[in-house]
Write a protein that binds this ligand. Structure first.
Ligand SMILES: Nc1nc2c(ncn2[C@@H]2O[C@H](COP(=O)(O)OP(=O)(O)OP(=O)(O)O)[C@@H](O)[C@H]2O)c(=O)[nH]1
Ligand SMILES: [Mg+2]
Length: 459
């Protein structure tokens, strides 16, 4: 254990009222602080590690009871942070938790910074960096798919795969270095062909991972999906159907929606932030005008656009104008109101030259919604069936893998040009260093700070 860290504390449960709330303390003085505040129901000389004790937290200044609690000590190294950790399970009220936390801080702990518990777990070797990142992903996951990805990463699946590539590169490096150390010996395995094929195999695995990034990122971060169309075509009705909830107001009056309404919808594991917007048309008043302005802003930020058209009407000039605005965007077209007589055949829409799938639906009768979801999913995720099942999902990982890939490309060039083994070794070492960044073996302090500042306090 690294003994020079001070002792930190925070409320680990979310703010608000709940059955329980937990104050967590980690560091050298955690147990000492707890002992000064905790009065067990039955006297204990020693608190055993990983056991729960019933008792009270008492303010040492006036012996007043702050809460009736359960307390657990988890001694190092078998704790989340790898340090001595104490958890005080209090009643889940804001004031109760605050007063217990304040007492802990008065006894010498310092308020923890966001992610500091997990940062310590990393610094003490309990987790590597990909696992620490998986902790945030797990907490923030919004779909089953995102959650299982985070759990796999937390178990170390990504690190294991990166580790395998690293092992191969280390082996390669040692053969190359053998050539540097014993140049006079005829080392058969140093033949260019052989080296090249081993470099290529590592490069291919790195490229395989890189190919999973788009998909991995989408499962983790989700996509911003904007529903657009002219007034009264059924945008809000569609949002409500996708949500299975009467979230947005639906009326037959054009211009009903003014504000942007956003909800998270899970489509086959992809979290979509779906925004229902004001119908795009010539505004009739200043409120609507403002709504349309915001719609255009959201449209420019959208990852995917769902264009809703009214199948009961011919394509209008307004529709065509909106279609023009969607050029270059990933779009899915929903021809709505198929329960009414149809005046807008698919072919009319296809003629407009908008790329993207066209689906006929009825938001009112909930028809074609499965097909629409399928279309949204396949527009969001360009599937990568042949790639590895472990997906990379962070830009940080992607950049490091790209750099490792570049270094291997240079390695390859040096081998092809029959340059001296020192050059080959140099690029191999660089590739190893970049792979090491992913798991946190070669990561700078400011990168660590950036990663852990994404966490909530108490984690
Ligand atoms: N027959 C039929 N009517 C629908 C369908 N979807 C929506 N409507 C009706 O169309 C009208 C407008 O629906 P909304 O969902 O409010 O349309 P919108 O595009 O959000 O309209 P604005 O917010 O005004 O731009 C309402 O009267 C809905 O009941 C559908 O699939 N079939
Ligand atoms: Mg609406």
């Amino acid at each position: 254990m690294n003994l020079h860290y001070d002792t930190i504390a925070a409320i680990a449960t979310p703010p608000g009222i709940g059955g329980l709330g937990i104050v967590r303390i980690s560091g050298e003085k955690a147990e000492e602080i707890a002992r000064r505040l905790f009065v067990p129901r039955s006297p204990q000389n020693n608190l055993q590690s990983h056991c729960l004790y019933h008792g009270e937290i008492v303010d040492p200044r006036d012996r007043s009871t702050l809460d009736e609690v359960l307390l657990a000590v988890m001694r190092h190294p078998h704790s989340y942070t790898g340090e001595d950790v104490v958890e005080i399970h209090c009643h889940g009220g804001f004031l109760v938790l605050q007063s217990v936390l304040q007492a802990v801080l008065r006894e010498g702990a310092r308020m923890a910074e966001p992610g500091e518990f997990t940062k310590r777990a990393f610094l003490n070797g309990r987790l590597d960096l990909t696992q620490a990142e998986a902790v945030v992903d797990l907490i923030e996951s919004r779909t089953q798919k995102g959650m299982s990805q985070a759990l796999g990463q937390l178990k170390g699946e990504l690190s294991t795969e990166i580790g395998k590539i690293k092992d191969d590169l280390i082996e390669l490096l040692s053969s190359v270095e053998a050539g540097i150390d014993f140049p006079e010996e005829d080392l058969e395995e140093l033949s260019g062909e052989m080296l090249l094929s081993r470099v290529d195999s590592c490069s291919a695995r790195i490229q395989g991972f890189l190919a999973t990034y788009e998909e991995g990122r989408i499962y983790r971060e989700g996509l911003c999906t904007v529903i657009v169309g002219r007034a009264n075509v059924g945008k809000s009705s569609l949002l409500n159907v996708l949500l299975q909830e009467k979230r947005a107001i639906v009326t037959e009056i054009p211009g009903t929606t003014r504000d942007v309404i956003g909800e998270i919808i899970n489509i086959k594991g992809v979290p979509l932030k779906v925004l229902d917007t004001a119908g795009l048309r010539k505004a009739t008043n200043i409120v609507e005008e403002e709504g349309i302005k915001i719609t255009r802003e959201k449209l420019s930020e959208a990852d995917i656009v769902i264009l809703v058209l009214d199948g009961n009407e011919k394509l209008s000039a307004e529709d065509r104008e909106i279609i023009q605005e969607l050029r270059g965007k990933k779009a899915v077209v929903a021809i709505n109101k198929i329960d009414l007589p149809q005046k807008l055949p698919r072919s009319e829409v296809e003629k407009e030259g908008l790329e993207g799938q066209i689906v006929e639906i009825s938001a009112k009768e909930e028809r074609g919604i499965d097909k629409l979801q399928e279309a949204i999913f396949s527009t969001a995720v360009t599937q990568n069936a042949e790639g590895p099942s472990i997906l990379i999902n962070r830009l940080r990982h992607k950049i490091a893998l790209e750099r490792a890939g570049d270094s291997l490309k240079k390695t390859r060039e040096s081998i092809e040009k029959e340059m001296s083994p020192e050059f080959v070794a140099l690029d191999l070492k660089l590739a190893l260093e970049h792979l090491g960044e992913i798991v946190g073996e070669t990561t700078t302090e400011d990168i660590l700070d950036r990663i852990f500042s994404d966490f909530c306090i108490g984690k």
